[in-house]
Design a protein. Structure first.
Length: 189
């Protein structure tokens, strides 16, 4: 199998992001024909149909969804490599970290942490996106290459991701005095 070119990786991400070949061409400054050619070449190299194409645009197949996630991460790593290389040559630590978090972590946990991080690494930018921790949620954002790291409320088990407990937060149950069975109250699991 031949390796995909950088141009083919960009085409995969653009077609997925724009939902069609023509719109991806506009985004990349390429003709529709050039995008279609690059997409067919990528599919041939990968040995799978990556997008279903039709009048309504292009939709990633399961194989396409996996390929686009990898393409996003590869392109991001190339971007980080360039920035880090130039910064290291100047003796600096720079870059951008894309962080996905659930709302309460973003508003209550992260501010103090990000202030300390910013003091230690003033030339590193951290962008925080609030993502509902439902379905693929935050782990999906990281797995799909839309975020570099995520803060989740419960352990997640997704191939290719590593999880590490940051801290354990105690929860207390307040219930009416003398209640015979607090676990029978609604919403108690």
């Amino acid at each position: 199998m031949d390796d995909l070119s950088m141009a083919e990786l960009r085409v995969l991400v653009a077609v997925d992001g724009e939902g069609g070949v023509s719109a991806a061409g506009l985004r990349l400054g390429l003709t529709q024909s050039a995008v279609s050619h690059a997409l067919r070449a990528a599919e041939k190299k990968m040995g799978a149909v990556l997008f279903q194409r039709g009048r309504g645009g292009a939709t990633a197949t399961p194989a396409g969804h996996a390929a686009v996630g990898h393409a996003r991460r590869i392109l991001r790593q190339i971007e980080v490599m360039k920035v880090d290389t130039h910064a290291a040559a100047r003796g600096e630590v720079t870059g951008t970290i894309r962080l996905a978090a659930f709302r309460s972590a973003a508003f209550h946990l992260l501010p103090r942490v990000l202030v300390r991080f910013g003091q230690r690494y003033p030339r590193v930018t951290v962008t925080v996106r609030i993502v509902p921790d439902l379905g693929r949620g935050i782990a999906g954002e990281v797995a799909d290459g839309r975020a570099d790291v995520g803060v989740v409320s419960l352990p997640v088990y997704v191939d290719g991701l590593v999880t590490k407990e940051l801290y354990a937060e105690p929860y207390l149950l307040a219930y009416p005095e003398g209640h015979p069975d607090p676990r029978s109250l609604s919403m108690i699991d």
